[in-house]
Design a protein. Structure first.
Length: 115
């Protein structure tokens, strides 16, 4: 599975971005898709993930400010981020876990939030 992440950019604090992760195959049966981020000097961390049944999980730091969704018809997962903060600055990666446990990462998209 190839994952193409897009939608990152430079935004002022308080602004919004929508990240997209387009898969090279149907995501209907993909067990879980999620967004992770890695800031300079820090470990990669979960931002949000969504299961194939629509169950979502968010990091405490983005809860209430972000929404993850999946469009099976477009084989795409989205992350809508609102009220962005400078601490949200990171490279955001898309990840997919298949039913057999195989794990795939996208190439990452940079999000920079200026104060």
């Amino acid at each position: 599975v190839q994952l193409q992440a897009s939608g990152g950019g430079l935004v002022q604090a308080g602004g919004s971005l929508r990240l997209s992760c387009a898969a090279s195959r149907s995501i209907f049966s993909i067990t879980s898709m999620g967004w992770y981020r890695q800031a300079p000097g820090k470990q990669r961390e979960l931002v949000a993930r969504i299961s194939n049944s629509g169950v979502t999980r968010y990091a405490d730091s983005v809860e209430g400010r972000s929404t993850i969704s999946r469009d099976n018809a477009r084989d795409t997962v989205y992350l809508q981020m609102n009220s962005l903060r400078p601490e949200d600055t990171a490279v955001y990666y898309c990840r997919a876990i298949l039913s057999d446990g195989r794990l795939y990462w996208g190439q990452g998209t940079q999000v920079t939030v200026s104060s």
